[in-house]
Each structure stands twice: as C-alpha cells, then as structure tokens.
Design a protein around this ligand. Structure first.
Ligand SMILES: Cc1cc2nc3c(=O)[nH]c(=O)nc-3n(C[C@H](O)[C@H](O)[C@H](O)COP(=O)(O)O)c2cc1C
Length: 158
C-alpha cells in the first residue's frame, strides 16, 4: 500500500519547470494558478495538457471560458510562482499582458501559449484539461525556474 505522502515523496524526484495557467472569469478579470503538471501531448494536432485540482477556486472560470493561457516562468519569477500558488493573493493587473488571442499572460515569462480547451477528462481528484495550442511564442532567452524535491531550483543550483 503506497500512501499519498510516499507518492508525493517519490514524485518530488521528478524535476519540472513551472508555469502559471490563466484565464478570464465571468467578470472578464484574469485568474489563474501555479501549475507544474503542464505537459505537451501531440504535435499533430498541437496539444498540451494541464491537471487541475477539483477544488480549484477558478475551476468554473476555466470550464466556462474554454481557453487557457500558459506562461513558463523564468528563474527571476519565483515570487510569481508563490503568488499564484496562494489562494486570494493580491495580483495587480500590471503583472499581465494580453496575448494575441486574448488570454491574460505573465510579463517577463520565458515563453507563452494560448490554448483552446478541447476536452476535460476525469483524473481522480483532478481534472485533465486537454488544450489545442493556438498561439505559442518565446518571449526571452533566460534560465527557467525549476521545482525539485519540494523546492524551487535553478539550473546553476542556486
Ligand atoms: C510548484 C507548484 C506546482 C503546482 N502545480 C499544480 C497543478 O499542476 N495543478 C493544480 O491544480 N495545482 C497545482 N499547484 C497548486 C496551486 O497552484 C495552488 O493550490 C493554488 O492556490 C490553487 O488556486 P486556488 O487557491 O485559487 O484554488 C501547484 C503549486 C505549486 C507550488
């Protein structure tokens, strides 16, 4: 029997990058969260997935808008990762710029995508959002923010 703590400990050995996934709520306000379950899925068509906790406060907004933005964070954006992993934190609108297709995206990210939600699959206590990539751009050449064994890391080990 594997406990959820043991599962977490094992999974924490799988190093990931960090994204902030965003959309608009029913009032047109940006909302979003820190996500490391982001994965590319297919080249033809271009598909990615993200897994959302069913308890996510902005879940309905993601379901309703049928679009999501992905901002891949640089090593200079650890504060943003923490901010978007904290419920009801203050997120000034100046953090965002509007993507070509209208999604709110984070300024100074490494790269961004805008995706249309094609399907939502059950995944235990999470939901798997499959998105078709409709816009994708590299914004700057900078080192990534990483997450490994429960800590933020950078490529040079800072
Ligand atoms: C490094 C990191 C990765 C995360 N990845 C995910 C994820 O893939 N899916 C998810 O639902 N929550 C993830 N979270 C947790 C959410 O960012 C966090 O619970 C957030 O507060 C949820 O938004 P809410 O408070 O508005 O419900 C992650 C948190 C961190 C720090």
């Amino acid at each position: 029997m594997i406990t959820s703590d043991q599962f977490r400990r094992v999974m924490s050995n799988f190093a990931t990058g960090i994204t902030v996934v965003t959309t608009h709520d029913s009032n047109g306000q940006p909302c979003g969260l820190t996500v490391n379950s982001f994965t590319s899925v297919s080249l033809d068509p271009l598909l990615v997935l993200v897994c959302f906790d069913k308890k996510l406060s902005s879940l309905q907004a993601f379901k309703d808008s049928k679009w999501f933005g992905v901002s891949m964070l640089s090593k200079r954006q650890e504060d943003l990762s923490r901010l978007f992993a904290k419920r009801d934190s203050e997120r000034p609108v100046t953090l965002y710029f509007q993507g070509r297709l209208g999604m709110p995206l984070l300024k100074n990210s490494l790269a961004v995508m805008e995706c249309e939600t094609l399907d939502i699959y059950p995944g235990g206590d999470h939901l798997i959002f499959l998105g078709e990539v409709k816009n994708a751009e590299v914004l700057q050449v900078e080192e990534p923010l990483l997450y490994f064994r429960g800590k933020y890391r950078t490529l040079d080990g800072d």
